[in-house]
Design a protein. Structure first.
Length: 291
């Protein structure tokens, strides 16, 4: 019998009115959508921005088989946990097993089979060893990212790639405003996934005696709210604490204020615009509180 302990990954969702039928239960076809949504979030748990990852791996995934087994029905407003795991990797195929739980009750089980293939011809290719390692490593409980700290000469290539994507291309900050001399003296942190792709970055400066300043925090757009930005921020805070700092300050974009509040930062002073984006200065005592 499938049970929650069989899975490491869970995607939480709530049943919406548009997903129930005249019997006031979830229309059967929506369960496939639930599993497909969970698979997308599964790739985030692997720290893989899907498009870039598949491009680097030289292929893409295509559904070969999708099956459902019904044990009980979900209803409107039910809070569901959609579980997913990679159960088997063949030569060119990957079998995923899924389950939908309402609390401890098993509602639906699924089998999804994907084939790794050439996106131009859709002909199958062997699953790359790098992707095998990511999947088997995650299911074995291994970490999916490595956070490194170092100088600009050591990490600047990775940090610059991500900062260009987020600040220059996404937020349209002029490139000449993004780069400054502080990069040469800062401590940089970069989180990379198991394919070596940078997914989060930030830098640490000395603001005043005993006070550190964190800046240039950036997370890949596809992987936000997945905990990787927190990993980078905590790594920088630990580096500041190790050199004797007692406080850390930063300029937070207002859209990210809630993220910093959850890590112990509090606003100080009035909001202001920086590069035409609303910011507020925030500060936290070191060490940062555990969550």
């Amino acid at each position: 019998m499938t049970k929650r302990d069989d899975f490491r990954f869970f995607h939480k969702l709530r049943v919406r009115w548009a997903e129930v039928d005249m019997q006031k239960i979830v229309f059967n076809a929506h369960y496939l959508m639930y599993f497909d949504t969970a698979v997308t979030d599964y790739w985030r748990a692997l720290a893989l921005p899907y498009t870039e990852a598949m491009h680097q791996l030289g292929g893409d995934l295509y559904v070969k088989k999708a099956g459902l087994e019904f044990h009980a029905s979900a209803r409107m407003d039910d809070l569901l946990d959609v579980a997913m795991r990679c159960a088997r990797i063949g030569n060119s195929s990957m079998q995923f097993q899924g389950a939908i739980f309402r609390g401890e009750q098993l509602l639906i089980t699924s089998e999804l089979v994907y084939v790794f293939a050439d996106p131009a011809t859709q002909t199958s290719r062997p699953v790359p060893q790098a992707l095998r390692d990511v999947l088997t490593g995650y299911e074995a409980g291994e970490p999916v990212v490595q956070v490194r700290t170092g100088s600009w000469s050591e990490l600047g290539e990775h940090a610059a790639r991500l900062r260009t994507q987020v600040f220059v291309e996404e937020q349209r900050i002029p490139a000449e405003m993004e780069w400054d001399e502080a990069d040469r003296t800062a401590v940089h942190a970069v989180a990379c996934n198991r394919l070596g792709q940078p997914i989060a970055t930030g830098r640490l400066l000395q603001h005043a005696p005993g006070v550190a300043r964190v800046g240039r925090m950036a997370v890949h757009p596809a992987l936000r709210d997945s905990g990787f930005g927190e990993r980078v921020l905590r790594t920088l805070a630990e580096a500041a604490e190790a050199r004797g700092d007692r406080q850390v300050v930063l300029h937070a974009q207002r859209t990210a204020e809630g993220f910093y509040r959850r890590l112990g930062f509090v606003p100080q002073g009035e909001p202001f615009d920086e590069a035409s984006i609303a910011h507020v200065e925030m500060a936290a005592a070191l060490p940062l509180p555990l969550r």
